[in-house]
Design a protein around this ligand. Sequence first.
Ligand SMILES: [Zn+2]
Length: 262
Amino acid sequence: MPELPECEAARKRIADGALNRTIEGFSLGEVSHVELPSEEDRARFIGTQFTRTRRHGKYIFIGSKDGPWLHIHLGMAGSVRVMENDADLADYIRFTVEFEGGTRLHFRDPRKFGKVTVVEDVDDFIADKGLGPDALEIGDNAFADTIGKTRGAVKSALLSQKKLAGVGNLWADETLYRTGIDPDATANTLEQAKVSEMHANMQSILQAVVDTNATYAKLPDDWLIHHREEGEACSRCDGTIAKKTVGGRTSYYCPEHQAGAS
Ligand SMILES: [Zn+2]
């Protein structure tokens, strides 16, 4: 499921290929049960150009100086591609922006949990959703104030988009694995230094994944992502990877070096 780094890679693909080109039209694929802009909303973009992109957590926006913006949410398995007109089309394309000169921006979504909507003001959208600060932007103090003061399981706190926008199951597990914290540990009983270390590790992990354009094979071998299976050897100690459910989400961790709070 796309999290912050996957969405940032998508935003970069859009910024690199789809800006400053005049929008000529749109085409829709098989779109039953997919939320997409109405014909009326689509018409507002014809003849204009996208000039900038934004991302907040798992939300991607493409817009012009005066708006409106297209908001793309990748859902469970969505992706975006920028291609030339004559390129072979992939399956499951739900929505395409057609630019002059033949460039196309495709939104592909096999599982149909994603959506594309029109947003007038990105800051209002973020406020309406009640999203917390972006996980790559949040400072150490703000992280300590929100995550570090949560009374519940630390993993659930990391996953709460209202506290922190962008972290999902995969990178929450990776952050806790590297920091040596049990996913079930109660967040507000962790030592302050540990919370600070978790913040640094989270941002370092997210940035490293962004830097590979979310190509997991390029991530170091000792990352949990390459060992997410029960019984795998831990890459950080002599322990063995185990699995448990925390806050309804399957969590992989090493019981040996990931300690609960005192
Ligand atoms: Zn271990």
